[in-house]
Design a protein around this ligand. Structure first.
Ligand SMILES: Cc1cc2nc3c(=O)[nH]c(=O)nc-3n(C[C@H](O)[C@H](O)[C@H](O)COP(=O)(O)OP(=O)(O)OC[C@H]3O[C@@H](n4cnc5c(N)ncnc54)[C@H](O)[C@@H]3O)c2cc1C
Length: 318
C-alpha cells in the first residue's frame, strides 16, 4: 500500500529491503524496509507530506557519517543524497564586504559571496568547488565526511570553525511545504541546532569570502594533515562517539581511563583517538553499543564524568 502510493511520486527512487550498512561510514546498520531517494525538491515535499500521518517516525539520512543504526534496522528512510546541486554565488562582489568579510579566515578578507547549495551535497564537494573559485570559509572543516544538511543539523566543525559561522539561511521542508529561515533562528549550539518540529533541511545559503585559491588550498592541506595525525584515517567510524563534557574532552577522559584498544567483537576504541570507535571488520551495532556502555561506565567510575553520545542512534527504541 505504502509502496504503491509512493510509486506515484515522480522523481522518487524507491529501494526496498536494503542494508543500511552500505550507507554509513561505520559500515554498520541493519535493513530498511523502504529507502526513499527524492531527485527533486518537489518529490521530497510530496514524500514528506505523504509520510506525515502514515510513518511519522521516518528517518532522514545525510551521508551517514554520524550514525549508528541498529542491527534490526528501521522502517522508512529518506536519503537526501540526490539533492546535491551547488548554485552560483548570488551576490555581486563587494555587496557584502567589510566587517562581514572579517568573519572568514585570516586572509585578505575579500568580498563575501553567498552560495546556495542543496542539503545532500557533500561538504567536501562544496569545499573543492569553493577552492577552485577562490572562495574561503570551509577549509577549516576539510575532511569532515558529511552532507551540508547533516553538518548544519549537527553544527559540525572544529574548535576553530563550525557551520554556524558560515550559514546565512536554510531551507526547511515539512509536511506543509518548504520555506527559508535565517540561520540565527536555528539557535546553533555545540554540535546541535534547533529546527522547526517535523522538518528537515533541504538547502542552505552559505557565506564564503573571496581569497586566493593557493592560500585556501594551503590551509586545507594543513587541516587535513593535522586530522590525519590525530584521527584514525581510512578506518570505518562515525567520528567522535561522545560529546565533550563541559570544560573537558571525552577523548582525553577515555584515554586516561586506559580504554584505548578495548574491544567488543569487531568494534574497538581507536588507539589514535580514544573518542573514535572503529569497525575493524564485521562489527555489529550491538558490539558498538556494548562498547559504548563499557566506556561510559568506566569513565563514570574512574573520572566521575557522564558521557553523552554525540552520534545519532536509529532503531534502538523499544
Ligand atoms: C572520519 C570522521 C571524521 C569526523 N570529523 C568530524 C569533525 O571534525 N567535526 C564534526 O563536527 N563532526 C565530525 N564527524 C561527524 C560527522 O561527519 C558530522 O556529525 C556530520 O555533520 C554528519 O553529517 P551527515 O550528513 O553524515 O549526517 P548523518 O550521519 O546522515 O545524520 C546525522 C543526523 O543528522 C540528521 N540529518 C542529516 N541530514 C539532515 C537534513 N538534511 N535534515 C534534517 N536532519 C538531517 C540525521 O537524521 C541524523 O540524526 C566526523 C565523522 C567521521 C566519520
Amino acid at each position: 500500500m505504502l509502496f504503491n502510493d509512493l510509486l506515484r511520486i515522480a522523481d522518487l527512487k524507491i529501494l526496498s529491503n536494503v542494508r543500511l550498512s552500505a550507507y554509513t561510514t561505520f559500515g554498520i546498520g541493519g535493513p530498511v524496509e523502504l529507502l526513499l531517494i527524492p531527485g527533486t525538491l518537489s518529490a521530497l515535499e510530496q514524500t514528506v507530506a505523504y509520510l506525515e500521518d502514515r510513518v511519522p517516525d521516518y528517518k532522514v539520512l545525510g551521508r551517514g557519517s554520524n550514525l549508528l543504526i541498529s542491527d534490526r534496522g528501521v522502517r522508512v528512510v529518506i536519503s537526501l543524497a540526490s539533492l546535491d546541486r551547488i548554485g552560483v554565488p548570488v551576490n555581486a562582489p563587494g555587496s557584502l564586504s567589510g566587517p562581514e568579510g572579517a568573519r572568514h579566515g585570516d586572509s585578505a578578507r575579500g568580498h563575501v559571496r553567498t552560495v546556495e547549495v542543496q542539503a545532500g551535497c557533500r561538504l567536501t564537494s562544496l569545499l573543492s568547488w569553493a577552492v577552485k573559485r577562490g572562495l574561503s570559509g570551509l577549509e577549516g572543516m576539510a575532511g569532515i565526511p558529511s552532507s551540508i544538511g547533516g553538518s548544519i543539523c549537527m553544527n559540525a566543525g572544529t574548535p576553530s570553525v563550525c557551520m554556524a559561522d558560515v550559514v546565512e539561511s536554510v531551507q526547511v521542508t515539512g509536511p506543509s511545504g518548504s520555506f527559508w529561515l535565517d540561520g540565527k533562528e536555528l539557535d546553533f549550539g555545540y554540535r546541535k541546532c534547533t529546527m522547526p518540529r517535523r522538518s528537515l533541511i533541504t538547502a542552505a545559503r552559505i557565506r564564503l569570502a573571496e581569497d586566493s585559491p593557493d592560500r585556501i588550498r594551503e590551509r586545507m592541506v594543513r587541516v587535513i594533515r593535522s586530522r590525519r595525525s590525530t584521527q584514525p584515517a581510512g578506518k570505518k567510524s562515525a567520528g567522535c562517539v561522545f560529546r565533550n563534557p563541559e570544560d573537558d574532552s571525552a577523548g582525553r577522559l577515555i584515554d586516561r581511563c586506559g580504554l584505548k584498544g578495548t574491544r567488543v567483537g569487531d568494534a574497538a576504541v581507536s588507539r589514535k583517538h580514544a573518542n573514535f570507535i572503529i569497525n575493524c571488520g564485521r562489527a555489529t551495532a550491538s558490539n558498538v553499543v556494548e562498547l559504548m556502555e563499557q566506556i561510559s561506565e568506566t569513565v563514570l567510575t574512574m573520572a566521575g564524568k557522564t558521557l553523552v553520545p554525540e552520534i545519532s542512534l536509529w532503531g534502538f527504541e523499544s
